[in-house]
Design a protein around this ligand. Sequence first.
Ligand code: ADP
Ligand code: MG
Length: 696
Amino acid sequence: MIKHPFDDFGTNLFSETVMKERLPHPIYKKWKTAIHKEDALDQTTADAIAHAMKNWAMEKGATHFTHWFQPLTGTTAEKHDSFIEPGEYNQPISRFSGKSLIKGEGDASSFPSGGLRATFEARGYTYWDCTSPAFLRDNVLCIPTIFVSYNGETLDKKAPLLKSVEAISKQATRIVNLFKDKDIRRVTPMLGLEQEYFLIDKDLYLKRRDLTHTGRTLFGSMPPKSMDIRGHYFGSIPSRVQAFMKDVNEELWKLGIYAKTEHNEVAPCQFEIAPIFNDCNIAIDQNLIMMDVLKKKAEKHGMACLLHEKPFQGVNGSGKHNNWSLVTDDGQNLLEPGDRPHENIRFLLFVCAIIRAVDTYPELLRMGASCYGNDYRLGADEAPPAIISICMGDELETILRKLKNGEHELKNEIETTPYAIANLSYVPKDTSDRNRTSPFAFTGNKFEFRMVGSSRSASTTNIVLNTIVADSLHDIANQLQDLKYIDDIRKKALDICRDILQKHHRILFSKDGYSQEWKQEAQKRGLANIPHYVNSISSFMDEKTIAMFERNQVYNKVELQARVDILIEEYRKSVKVEVLTLLDISKKEILPALLKEIKFYTDSKNSLGIAHSFYDDKIQTLLDKLEKLHTQQELLDEKMRNRSTYPDNIEKAMYLNHEVLPQMHVLRTIIDEIEDELSKERYPFPTYDDMFMSMQ
Ligand code: ADP
Ligand code: MG
């Protein structure tokens, strides 16, 4: 029989189809009601599912299971337990109970809890997220779970995400119900995550301690060609990379992930992979799996996959584009201008709700999309600046402007040709324009948030996005809920849109977001520009943020404080590792290499006995660099030591950001200058050029 490339699709996923096949029908039905939160799973159902899951996994060679969860470190964690248990006559048997499926107990102390642990209990519990399918990797059955403390505070990124999905579903449903669609019971945020990454040769990677320790190069001078190895974007994919991508796709398809698009990115050695969009919770799980698969497969192919936002200075960085929409349980995309007038007013209402949410909490979005590494990418030439604005495209912006100015008329629904632009019963359908300079762009039937860093879990971004939009919809639903007639609802909806636009139109910007003029214009409009991530972290603790998250039951104050503590800690650690690594490399490798170069020229001058000014100039240049290197190294060392004078963690982080990092940059510049002076044989590291060419 001929094997089709997609024959193995989903073979490693305990999908709904598998459940339907393997579970007694009443059990399957119970699971269905449980995922819609209509009823809790009882013990018998859980036991039956666990049994079927175990058999399925063991038939495929699994020996272990794990509660796969997403601690606040931003990656994923797992602790494997085997199915084995002693049976009669000491014969091993396999067992997996409903209890083990539903709940796991882990020692939370090895994961950051931001003080939640100290205040409460060391123990943490994992609970099955029955809405995201279990999957098989190697010999392990992975069960997606949430992770909470003894007292129920969330210790992970999945639990609040699920709460944010609930919050937005509830509020969006209220609104669609008011707009005629009474039977809709759920609205789900849908997510398509495009993942960018770099690949470099593994041997070269291992020779760069900056890369192995920090994920990015801390020094490296720009080669003469670099970005000119153009033709890269959408160019033909090198065969070595092609083999890797094939392997990645096959593994992802087996896991039921619709890996769809793959291409070269703008920078040398940079690539992108995008699956087809999915339910927000599942899309994030899949992205985390995908990041892991990329890393592991790269290794197998003698390469290293770099997920860092900016592995190479001066070269385009990597993002994770967050394509987001809202879809009802009967399949309507609420961000799609509809065919019927009431759908268009509903569309405009949702768009306005989003505009208000984004303009009210820009710093939260900036924060949620970021990490220390993203600072090197945002505002550089290839990524949006750290200013949040929304691009609706020219046509929609015109409509919104008219709406804001009250220049709209509401035509009767029966009318057949409502095509005057001022008439809001018509919204052109394909307005998707490709403004890639906007951090938050409307692209036809979804918003694409392009600020998110490539190395991050997309959870925090979507927790923020779902919740702020839920909050905005909540207020709108409250204003509409007492109206009985659809005409009144439509009229009021347009009034609400007008009010929102009058207040928040400053956030709309459809022109070049990379330009210098925009930065000035944004400042005039009073939009926040937060170039340093560390300055955005504390926005999680603003009074209005706490109230908003509490109102929507996504985070409480204690949980938010814990997150701020963890993020600050993570920031400090990232900077510390970078500074110490750079200092170490500088002292132990760069400086000796420079001395060798000096010796080479002095020896050569002496042995040749030629008194050419070239030698004196070269030696002098090298000696000047030596002096500079030494001085700047010492300065960085001293600044780093001085951080202990700031006992407060936030102050320490600020000090690192404002004092230490600029000094690290100064040292880097000298090292790059030295690289330019050293002969190839004495430069102890693979250069940018070596790394970029390694994939061609
Ligand atoms: P581009 O690079 O031009 O932005 P891609 O096709 O690479 O486009 O990626 C678009 C991403 O958006 C894909 O993951 C796609 O599945 C996803 N997407 C498409 N429609 C929607 C939608 N309605 N909601 C969320 N994501 C979507
Ligand atoms: Mg995109």
